[in-house]
Ligand binder design. Structure first.
Ligand SMILES: CCc1nc(N)nc(N)c1-c1ccc2c(c1)N(CCCOC)[C@H](c1ccccc1)CC2
Length: 338
């Protein structure tokens, strides 16, 4: 009998509340990789042993060596993918991928070039896209779809817990097939995905304190486990930052740590429910030798139409609201994270 009754857990590592990743293996014998389980994309890629010698980001990460795997199947089709922060180029291969102990034969990309910025900052090796098949590059069936077709999961859902305490272990959990009561309290509130095939919902407004400031006429919110922060249209975010007295410098928005306790909550109106973040949720307090630095985990990002304008709710939102991604009913559920 299945000890996890149709659910498959993968513990995640939390790096400074900004990067969350878990371990998978590819090939026989197993080659281990740390990957972000990313609802904002739908492809699996890891750095390749054949990485170009000029790609620094490649050589500081684990690399897949097809010549060492007897289950490797040649493919060779070209591949490239763009994220809000970075580009990957490479070629396709096929091999056995093991997620949470579950093997699937999977087409994935071997990355031969990773944009140094910002992949040199990546504490993970690659990305395992948890998005819908229709956003998958090269029409590749995503890992979760391969797992669903094995009919071993109790429910066709997956859930993500991101811890807010970098000292807590595990730093998070991906659960395939269900939700984990250890990581949430209360009931789930569900929202239908806006359009088939994307983990995005309709947002009805963004309030600062009690005042509705943005998106009053409705806008799109992407629930993205692959983003560290919350992003919104640059003009809106810059107004929001001015309201809380944040200054923009080359690494992002910062506030004077003395003002943190008085900062207003920021509330996202999603599906008839209010999801508030307090300063505890959206400020990262870093003690550095020249004094404390208080980083605001919001970024301005203008996504061009037709996809944009959008808000992206990333790790700092998910850390506060335990999230269930339901492929059976095309909906997203939120519950208060522990
Ligand atoms: C996971 C792939 C991905 N997927 C989606 N949908 N959005 C984005 N933005 C990314 C992405 C690409 C590259 C990097 C990234 C994220 N990082 C954030 C991990 C977030 O882990 C949850 C790190 C980072 C460090 C410094 C400054 C910027 C970013 C490393 C670089």
């Amino acid at each position: 009998a299945d000890p996890n009754n149709g659910t498959v857990p993968t513990p995640l590592t939390n790096y400074l509340d900004t990067q969350y990743f878990g371990e998978i293996s590819i090939g026989s014998p197993a080659q281990m990789f740390n990957v972000v389980f990313d609802t904002g994309s739908a492809n699996l890629w890891v750095p390749s042993q054949r990485c170009s010698p000029f790609s620094t980001a490649c050589f500081t990460h684990n690399r897949y060596d097809s010549s060492q795997s007897h289950t490797h199947v040649e493919n060779g089709t070209g591949f490239s993918i763009n994220y809000a922060s970075g580009t990957i180029r490479g070629f396709l291969s096929e091999d056995v991928v093991v997620v949470g102990g579950l093997p699937v034969v999977q087409v994935f990309a071997e990355a031969t070039s990773l944009s140094a910025m910002p992949f040199i900052f990546a504490k993970f090796d690659g990305v395992l896209g948890m998005g819908y098949p229709n956003v998958a590059i090269d029409g590749i069936t995503p890992v979760f779809d391969q797992i669903m077709s094995q009919h071993i999961l109790k429910e066709e859902v997956f859930s993500i817990y991101y811890s807010r305490d970098p000292k807590q272990s595990p730093g998070g959990e991906l659960l395939l097939g269900g939700t984990d009561p250890n990581y949430y309290t209360g009931n789930f509130n569900y929202l239908e995905t806006r359009e088939m095939g994307k983990w995005e919902v309709t947002m009805k407004g963004v309030a600062v304190g009690a005042e509705m400031m943005f998106c009053a006429e409705g806008c799109t919110a992407v629930i993205d486990t692959g983003s560290s922060y919350i992003t919104g249209p640059a003009s809106s975010v810059s107004m929001l930052m001015k309201t809380i007295g944040a200054q923009l410098d080359e690494t992002g928005y910062k506030v004077n740590c003395d003002t943190v306790k008085m900062l207003p909550s920021v509330t996202f109106h999603l599906g008839g429910q209010d999801y508030s973040l307090t300063h505890e949720d959206y400020i990262i307090w870093q003690s550095q030798f020249e004094g404390d630095v208080c980083i605001v985990t919001f970024r301005g990002l203008d996504v061009p139409p037709p996809t944009g304008p959008i808000w992206i709710l990333g790790a700092n939102f998910i850390a506060r609201y335990y999230t269930e991604f339901d492929r059976r009913n095309n909906r997203i559920g939120f519950a208060a994270a522990v």
